[in-house]
Design a protein around this ligand. Structure first.
Ligand SMILES: NC(=O)c1ccc[n+]([C@@H]2O[C@H](COP(=O)([O-])OP(=O)(O)OC[C@H]3O[C@@H](n4cnc5c(N)ncnc54)[C@H](OP(=O)(O)O)[C@@H]3O)[C@@H](O)[C@H]2O)c1
Length: 323
């Protein structure tokens, strides 16, 4: 079967398509034929080595497919079940893969393979950010960066549906309308304007209750500036670079802020958390709290082009790789 492998960290060119033997599932594992694979910024961090992984390695953490074979002690699933996942072991950019059954969730009718493959990692992330990292309340003023991006398409409308006032930033003129369509009440093009000043005009100085910042180094300080006293800074990604220093006195103490740097793994520690979170995402989609529109589809052999486009900020919404 075909699979994308990396032998060294580097640019998109290190993603190589290879013919490999897929292993047999162990006692508590299943073999899945992937029908659609989610493209995520974390795949870029794995590829570049920002988040180091042992090499050589597969890549990709999110996919939806059909179970083809089950191990001798598998009790949760059977052959033919449609499942999705968003976690290690790494290697979703493959026609088939072996996964532990405890990492899988069943996909309900009404949610296609393609949609499932981009709302498991991203949807569960939106769920834990909005409900558990900071339980969003009606009337909260929220700042979300890169609001026309993949996670933005899920998190912003969901925050809107929860009754928050959503302010989104985007990096180009053409993304402004997309962010509005994603449920942002106000959109700022931070390539042209100082987003801190613009936000002050909307909610006043120190007016934001919570910032969800996945852009990282480029926005971090400004995000903190927008927050109210005792506001919540949720730094959850590094699309523009990693924030690896925090000045507790200046950044946190000055306004008595709360700060968290969470990852999806912290919020899906137990299987019940994974299943419950995925159910909330599926229910939100089925009850039309938000709609998922696939922005682009790539073939497996074009995985490096997918990474180029993602890093060049060309994608507006979730993209998938079809094996
Ligand atoms: N911690 C977690 O659990 C978790 C889980 C999932 C995702 N994440 C993080 O969430 C963020 C969004 O992920 P995503 O997959 O939905 O990606 P995305 O938002 O579709 O793409 C990233 C966006 O970041 C913006 N950006 C700003 N500066 C950039 C730069 N120098 N290079 C590239 N992009 C830049 C771009 O939007 P503009 O052009 O509008 O600026 C770009 O479209 C990522 O940081 C990701 O790592 C974290």
């Amino acid at each position: 079967m075909k699979s994308i492998k990396i032998g060294k960290f580097g640019g998109p060119e290190v993603l190589k398509i290879q013919d490999i033997e897929v292993g047999k599932p162990g006692p508590k594992e299943v073999l899945i034929k992937n029908n659609s694979i989610g493209l995520n910024f974390i795949d870029v961090y794995h590829r570049t080595g920002l988040y180091p992984i042992p090499l050589p390695s597969g890549i990709g953490l999110e996919a939806c497919g059909q179970i083809e074979e089950v191990g001798s002690e598998v009790s949760l699933f059977k052959v033919g079940d449609r499942v999705t996942h968003a976690s290690m072991p790494i290697g979703a950019y493959s026609e088939k893969q072996v996964m532990p059954e405890e990492k899988l969730v069943s996909v309900p009718d009404g949610i296609s393979d393609e949609v499932a493959s981009c709302i498991t990692l991203k949807g569960i992330t939106a769920e834990y950010l909005l409900h558990r990292a900071y339980p969003l309340k009606k009337g909260d003023k929220v700042l979300y960066h890169a609001a026309a991006g993949a996670l933005g398409q899920i998190l912003c409308p969901w925050a809107n549906a929860l009754g928050a006032e959503v302010i989104g930033t985007v990096g180009s003129k053409s993304k402004v309308e997309i962010a509005k369509k994603n449920g942002c009440h106000h959109v700022i093009n931070y390539s042209e304007k100082d987003f801190v000043e613009e936000i002050e005009k909307i909610v006043g100085k120190n007016g934001i209750d919570v910032v969800y910042d996945g852009v990282g180094i480029k926005t971090f300080k400004g995000s903190i500036e927008t927050l109210k006293i005792r506001g919540m800074m949720v730094a959850f990604g590094n699309a523009s670079g990693y924030v690896d220093t925090l000045d507790i006195k200046k950044d946190i103490n000055a306004k008595g802020l709360f700060f968290t740097r969470p990852s999806i793994a912290h919020y899906t520690v137990k299987r019940e958390e994974l299943v419950e979170s995925a159910k909330k995402v599926f229910d939100a989609i089925l009850s039309k709290k938000f709609t998922v529109e696939i922005s682009k589809k790539y073939s497996l052999k074009d995985a490096s082009q997918a990474h180029k486009d993602l890093e060049a900020r060309l994608l507006t919404g979730p993209a998938v790789i079809i094996p």
